[in-house]
Design a protein around this ligand. Structure first.
Ligand code: C2E
Ligand code: CA
Ligand code: CA
Length: 666
């Protein structure tokens, strides 16, 4: 702004100066022109009057030369009738001495010797032949308002006989000339204005437009166009300035990063216009909380940030603001399409405590946000150092997932599943294994969620299905293989096609493949997922509901989709052996329900004989767990397959010895 202002000034000052010079110049040229005109006019009047005198007064040369007495001269000259504008005149001889003075003669006076002093003006006119001229102002009573005083050589025929000084009334001529001058001056002024002023005004306007354009350009490079919030670069700079300015004053700066929880849903179900409206309203709510927009930024599609200076002595204000933000966002938004609930998660961190640079400050707030997103949506979460190691851990795992995929370093282990009534081996569940760079195993409970959030699960899922199918193809025909599917794999919408392709590639009969899904897969986009699952079933593949009894456990899913099997979560095993325990009651209900719905039930995580016996009592169909067999590497499978039974069920014999042993002890 300052620069543009200086540029305007640097052009305007010379322009104004030029206008002033031209204006003043025009004034002086105009004024000297009319003065010259006035002078020529007076000269003309004087010389005409001179000729008139010569004609009127027969012996003028003798009178001027002093050949007559003072009385005669006074009588003759006093009788002259001044003509035109001339109202007074004087005559000087060749020595420039006064010989006649009309004003005195007409009053009946005469000239005395003392009056006949040499007149310098007359002498100068005679000597140089230059006319003497002056325009004078009178009082309008004794003398006219304006009059010219002119002295010219007095000529008779071709002889100069003296000088004539004439006073001519210019009260009419001069104002008229001056009026003309003024109107010319006005015209000149208008011309000057046209010549300089109009371009000047246009120039000024242009400069103002330029300044406005510069301002809006600056705005668009510093602010987000939709919400009017700061953009990331400006925000970073402002946080920087705040940090710098707070040094040594007991002040510090906190950053809050805010992410809308259901923005995508709103955008998809209500349209982009509603999405835009939601973002604007979000910015407005934040502005209301902050009282200014100079602390609020939009960092991404639905991600905002706030910087907050605070007194180091009272850091609680930061947590308070974070909670206020989460609360403000939890309120419904009134959009043109109707009311929507969106909500937002907030992560925040403190300069000095959590980070020592602005970038790190924003990053740590981002990490806290990430935590809020995954653990406590709709809430505000403060950064803690554990999050940083967690982030590093996630980054390492992600890297490892990528290399394992590229180098086929994953492994699948298989856990046997046995039939309760016959103890016969019915098949295996395929479980994915990955090691870190040093060959140490990493739990799938850790790497699967990361594979899901990074999207790597798609390629990994295809790899597992192919590998499991390929291996299972080599087993006896009556054994099935169960493969876990992640909800994230359904996002692509080509699950059934993928399964069909893999079966065609491996040659595994569809009825030997069982896919395990968890309830969470049915929570979002139920219709789409149901269609996919139906298409999978149509291939002849069976579908099991995994981890049943955890999470949402809405029985509604059991009616909506024809599952083939329920896998009861291992959490039921812990107090299963206690008579009348909740787990046992629920499990018995689930099994009864499954019978009605014609579903098989597998109990997972069976670790003890006691659990196995209860499960048999409850008429659970299948069992799987460490008691019957750990997840096993492929090369060891033939032994398990050849044995065909687990042999882990306590026989009546062993039960009796144990009972006897216990009695003996008592
Ligand atoms: P899950 O599908 O419920 O798998 C059963 C888990 O229970 C396995 O853990 C298995 O090793 C463990 N387990 C088996 N018997 C017992 C027992 O008697 N006691 C106890 N305490 N645990 C037992 P694992 O292999 O660590 O897998 C954990 C989870 O990771 C799986 O839970 C599954 O959700 C996921 N997962 C594993 N492999 C894959 C895969 O290839 N794809 C997908 N999407 N998820 C997989
Ligand atoms: Ca499973
Ligand atoms: Ca399970």
């Amino acid at each position: 702004m300052l620069r543009v202002g200086r540029r305007v000034a640097s052009r305007v000052v010379p322009l104004a100066f030029a206008t002033a010079v031209v204006g003043l110049g025009a004034y002086f040229v105009g004024y000297s022109t009319i003065s010259d005109m006035q002078r020529s006019h007076a000269e003309y009047v004087a010389s005409s009057f001179g000729r008139y005198l010569v004609e009127e007064v027969g012996n003028l040369d003798a009178i001027v030369a002093g050949a007559h007495s003072a009385q005669v001269v006074a009588a003759v000259i006093g009788a002259v009738k001044p003509i035109g504008t001339v109202y007074d005149f004087r005559l000087f001889d060749k020595n420039s001495r006064l010989r006649a003075d009309y004003a005195r003669f007409k009053d009946g006076q005469v000239l005395h010797l003392a009056d006949r002093v040499r007149n310098d003006v007359a002498a100068n006119v005679l000597a140089t032949s230059h006319v003497s001229f002056a325009l004078r102002e009178g009082d309008g009573v004794a003398s006219p308002r304006y009059y010219s005083d002119i002295t010219i050589p007095l000529v008779d025929g071709d002889k100069t006989i003296g000088t004539l000084s004439v006073l001519s009334d210019e009260t009419e001529t001069w104002p008229r000339l001056f009026d003309q001058f003024r109107s010319v001056l006005v015209q000149v002024a208008l011309l000057v204005a046209a010549a300089f002023g109009i371009p000047g005004v246009l120039y000024l306007r242009k400069m103002r437009q330029l300044a406005n354009a510069a301002r809006s350009l600056r705005h668009s490079t510093q602010y987000d166009g939709l919400t009017g919030c700061l953009n990331r670069a400006t925000f970073t700079r402002i946080v920087h300035d705040l940090v710098e300015g707070s040094q040594g004053k007991g002040l510090s700066v906190a950053v809050h990063v805010i992410d809308l929880d259901r923005f995508k849903d709103v955008n998809e179900s209500h349209g982009h216009a509603a999405g835009d409206q939601l973002l604007k309203e979000t910015a407005l709510r934040l502005r209301r909380l902050m009282g200014t927009r100079e602390r609020i930024a939009r960092l991404g599609a639905d991600e905002f940030a706030i910087c907050q200076p605070y007194y180091v002595a009272s850091p609680q204000v930061v947590a308070e603001l974070a909670d206020d933000i989460a609360r403000a966002m939890a309120k419904p938004f009134e959009l043109s399409g109707g009311k929507v609930l969106c909500g937002a998660s907030v992560g925040y961190s403190y300069y000095g405590r959590d980070a020592h640079s602005v970038d790190a400050l924003i990053q740590t707030a981002d990490l806290a946000l990430h935590n809020a997103k995954t653990r406590s949506r709709g809430k505000a979460v403060a950064f803690d150092p554990g999050m940083e190691s967690q982030r590093q851990f996630r980054a390492t795992i992600e890297q490892r997932l990528r290399t394992s995929l590229v180098n086929s370093e994953f492994e699948i282990v298989f856990q046997p599943v046995y039939e309760t009534t016959t103890d016969r081996l019915r098949g295996f569940e395929a479980l994915l294994r990955m090691t870190d760079n040093d060959g140490k195993p990493i739990s799938p409970a850790e790497f699967i969620p990361i594979a899901e959030s990074t999207g790597l699960i798609h390629d990994i899922g295809v790899w597992v299905l192919r590998e499991a199918s390929r291996i299972a193809k080599q087993w006896p025909e009556d054994l099935v293989v169960a493969v876990n599917l992640s909800p994230a794999q359904f996002a692509a919408g080509d699950m059934a096609a993928m399964v069909r392709d893999v079966l065609a590639w491996s040659g595994l009969a569809p009825h030997r493949l069982e896919l395990e899904v968890t309830e969470s897969v049915l929570i979002t986009d139920t219709e789409v997922v149901l269609k996919e699952l139906m298409a999978i079933k149509a291939l002849g593949v069976s579908v099991a509901l995994d981890d049943f009894g955890t999470g949402y456990s809405s029985l509604g899913y059991l009616w909506r989709f024809p599952f083939d099997k329920l896998k009861v979560d291992k959490s039921f095993m812990s107090d299963l052996t206690e008579e009348g325990s909740k787990s046992r009651e629920i499990l018995s209900t689930i099994i009864a329900l499954a019978k009605v719905l014609d579903l098989k039930v597998t109990a997972e995580g069976v670790e003890t004989e006691a659990q196995a016996l209860v499960l048999r009592d409850l008429r659970c169909d299948l069992v799987q767990g460490f008691l019957f067999g750990r997840p096993t590497r492929t090369i060891e499978l033939p032994t398990i397959i050849q044995r065909g039974v687990s042999g882990k069920w306590p026989t009546v014999e062993t039960m009796r010895t144990r009972l006897v042993g216990r009695r003996g002890a008592a």
